[in-house]
Design a protein around this ligand. Structure first.
Ligand code: AGP
Length: 614
């Protein structure tokens, strides 16, 4: 993960670096640091913890860098070495003249370190990154050319990296490069910015160039040069970013997560625009570039994703298999990439990712692409690395999601799967039109129903308070809501650190039921439909083991009052669409429990919004 920024130009560099790092905090927040070219030397400042700690640290050094106009910065998500000041970036070579920041993992760092130590390099940190500083400095000593030093060094580095490098000999030059990690250069008037992601530069320029793997860029305030790893100059593909600077605001909510939960009705309205007009008209999905004929013949789909996106993928499988009769495999990207998958040019491979940058999913997508599969990407970031790999790009338009815990992007991904499955079913004529139309009708009513849930959260808050002291939490469901149970548990785990697990209710009796006693909360997702009665029986079984029972339901069945200690109700909805309504109270339960426990809701420990390492 980690985020990097660089600036060379005429403005006061420290403000720009801090501003950029703040925009990249979603990539990690274990520690941060900057290096600034000052009058005679390069000064490095670091702090552990949130970016504010670095801001505080810098307050007593303003006179050292107030005139500086070149620097690099880093925000870290620790991979190699604990989050300490020594391990924080920027890292330097022995004499401190060469400094760099890095995002990614250098896989052969042990061999490189041994070799460099033999040559007299003294390592100060436990990071993989420090080898790059020593190695590039070594090459610089041989060549006296910073770009060439970076080029030669990266030929020896294996793994993933985005690097931004400065040297004390050069008052106005930054060199940057990347492989399997995102990096772009913003082009201003007399200034250049380098960053891991658009939000860090968009305030200053919309003109940008994405680096492709192994390209090396050298910028000074008035020049830019791009070469490939062979040292040959290559054309620059400059584009205008379709972005506006957004002032990220909580809009009066205590946390971004709560704000984003409340945005969900509008997220649904947005995604329906232009795609679903009336129940009688077919779904329009111009984004899908497969011909109708290919879609009709398609008999195999693979969906790959991680975390919350994986749960959306599981709902997608249910919908596509039910409405389209096409066999769908869903797989965690991290598993998909290390086994022999049966993927070929007849397979449609769908990658699902909020960020579009998740390393495991990106690698899996590239793998499938190399086997000739059509790649459909469902993402919230149409400018991401995954989007650039797509043959078909379905952008879910949920707006920037700041909170590490995904909420509105999940709803948007679910909507993408409803639209996609209905679109394919209409082309294949694989489902009765009356069923398709009734789903479309209800899809359009979902925003109001979610608003109903959000307008009265008393019962949800009561329930959250009641169970906030628990150490464990079990969610059970069946069928299309099994992913909802998994997602509810994931939300609770990641922001409250409670050991929460989602189970297929029928599996309870095959093992997990042994854990049940009077201390264990069991939340049963009881949506009316084909699995309702079965789930009720599974809930009875849990109750018989004295578990603390909670129901999340759209039923008014009086039996529930005897069985459950706490009942959270959502509006009437048909079973196919129930995952959208059912997940809202689960997001809120997780939110309120974490809030009652005083946790850092938007930036939970050990996590990052975008997981760019495998
Ligand atoms: C969700 O709350 C998590 N933060 C995490 O599981 C996330 O969904 C996962 O890392 C995948 O991210 P992506 O959707 O950006 O690929």
């Amino acid at each position: 993960m980690c985020g990097i920024v660089g600036y060379v130009g005429y403005r006061s560099v420290v403000d720009i670096l801090l501003d950029g790092l703040e925009q990249l905090e979603y990539r990690g927040y274990d520690s941060s640091g900057i290096a600034v070219k000052c009058e005679n030397d390069i000064k490095v400042y670091k702090a552990i913890g949130k970016l504010n700690n670095l801001r505080e640290e810098l307050k007593s050094h303003v006179s050292e860098f107030s005139k500086s106009t070149m620097g690099i910065g880093h925000i870290r998500w620790a991979t190699h070495g604990a989050p300490t000041v020594l391990n924080a970036h920027p890292h330097t070579c022995n004499h401190g003249d060469l400094v760099l920041v890095h995002n990614g993992i250098i896989e052969n760092y042990k061999e490189l370190r041994e070799r460099l130590e033999k040559r007299g390099c003294v390592f100060k940190s436990q990071t993989d990154t420090e080898v790059a500083a020593h190695l590039i400095a070594d090459k610089y000593n041989e060549t006296g050319d910073l770009t060439e030093a970076v080029r030669l060094a990266t030929k020896e580095i294996e793994g993933a990296y985005a690097l931004c490098v400065m040297h004390n000999d050069h008052r106005t030059t930054i060199v940057a490069t990347k492989r399997n990690a995102p990096l772009l250069v913003g082009l201003g008037d007399g200034e250049y910015l380098i960053a891991s992601d658009v939000p860090a530069i968009i305030k200053y320029t919309k003109k940008a160039m994405y680096l492709t793997d192994n390209q090396i860029v050298t910028v000074t305030p008035n020049s830019i040069k791009l070469i490939n790893q062979e040292g040959v100059e290559v054309p620059q593909k400059i584009e205008m970013l379709p972005w506006e600077p957004v002032a990220l605001s909580k809009m009066g909510y205590k946390h971004f997560m709560l704000k984003e939960i409340h945005e969900q009705p509008d997220v649904i309205r947005n995604i329906l625009v232009g795609k679903l007009h009336t129940a009688a008209e077919p779904v329009i999905l111009n984004e899908v570039k497969l011909t109708k004929d290919t879609l009709k013949k398609l008999n195999r789909i693979q969906i790959i994703a991680c975390g919350t996106s994986l749960h959306a993928a599981m709902v997608g499988k249910y919908l596509i298999e039910t409405f389209c009769g096409i066999s769908v495999d869903v797989e965690a990207s991290s598993e998909y990439i290390y086994r022999q998958t049966v993927t070929d040019e007849h397979t449609l491979v769908i990658g699902v990712s909020q960020s579009g940058e998740t390393a495991d999913t990106l690698t899996a997508i590239k793998q499938a692409k190399s086997k000739g599969s059509h790649i459909l990407i469902i993402t919230n970031r149409p400018d991401s690395s995954m989007a650039r790999e797509a043959d078909s790009l379905l952008s879910v338009n949920a707006g920037i999601e700041v909170s590490v815990a995904a909420t509105k992007s999940y709803i948007a991904q679910l909507m993408a799967f409803y639209l996609l499955s209905l679109y394919m079913a209409e082309i294949k004529e694989s489902t009765d039109l009356s069923i398709i139309q009734s789903i479309k009708n209800e899809l359009m009513l979902l925003p109001q129903k979610i608003e109903q849930v959000l307008s009265n959260t008393d019962e949800i808050q009561k329930c959250a308070r009641k169970y906030s002291g628990t150490k464990d939490f079990i969610y059970i469901a069946r069928g299309i809501n099994l992913p909802t149970a998994l997602e509810g548990a994931l939300k609770l785990k990641e922001i409250s650190y409670i050991n929460a697990t989602g189970y297929a209710a029928g599996e309870l009796k095959h093992g997990p039921i042994a854990m049940l006693d009077e201390s264990m909360p069991v939340l049963s997702i009881l949506m009316k439909g084909i699995v309702y009665e079965k789930l009720l029986s599974n809930s009875e079984e849990a109750k018989a083991r004295n578990a603390r029972m909670i129901a999340l339901t759209n039923s008014n069945d009086p039996k529930l009052d005897e069985l459950f200690d706490c009942i959270i109700r959502v509006p009437e909805v048909q079973e196919f669409l129930s995952p959208i309504l059912a997940v809202i109270p689960l997001q809120l339960i997780a939110y309120y429990i974490a809030e009652f426990l005083g946790k850092d809701v938007d930036q939970p420990r050990n996590l990052a919004k975008s997981v760019t390492v495998e």
